[in-house]
Design a protein around this ligand. Structure first.
Ligand SMILES: [Ca+2]
Ligand SMILES: [Ca+2]
Length: 153
């Protein structure tokens, strides 16, 4: 740790890597669309963040396993309670195996609606994704995260 504290830039990279790969993070795989559709498709989830939560963090990764599409997938979250918030993040690079940038919806505890969207495309086909998300308190510690899917397209 002493070496890390002497290299703040490196420390930040290490902490980010630990966070994004943490067993505490919640991930969910899904498929949007099929071989006979070209239109917009949306998967929706309800994410319930326990008391003490400050925000919900979200990211999405386009898995791009051939013969999938060149469309860019976007994940978004809204919280319609008193502390309303919206957040979204798009995976702009299909083939890098990386998640989109972290987006944070600062809506406190309660239910968030999280969506993953495949926009309309010129050809029929499907997109496979992994959504990564977690509820956190103001200090960035994970809080209890429970989720269920409410729409599957
Ligand atoms: Ca894609
Ligand atoms: Ca990517």
């Amino acid at each position: 740790m002493k070496k890390l504290t002497k290299l703040p830039v490196a420390t930040g990279i290490v902490l980010f890597a630990v966070c994004s790969g943490s067993a505490l993070a919640h991930t969910q795989s899904g498929v949007l669309g099929n071989t006979t559709s070209s239109g917009t498709k949306t998967d929706k989830y309800v994410v319930e963040c326990s008391g003490g939560t400050h925000h919900l963090q979200i990211q999405v990764r386009d898995k791009k396993t051939a013969p999938e599409l060149g469309t860019k997938l976007t994940i978004s979250a809204v919280n319609g309670t008193a502390a309303a918030c919206t957040a979204s993040s798009t995976d702009n690079t299909d083939t890098d195996g990386l998640y989109s940038a972290i987006a944070s919806c600062d809506g406190g505890d309660g239910d968030y609606v999280m969506s993953v969207v495949k926009p309309a495309w010129t050809a029929n086909g499907k997109e496979t994704y992994i959504a990564q998300f977690h509820c956190e308190d103001a200090a960035g510690n994970h809080t209890e995260t429970v989720f269920s899917q409410i729409q599957n397209q």
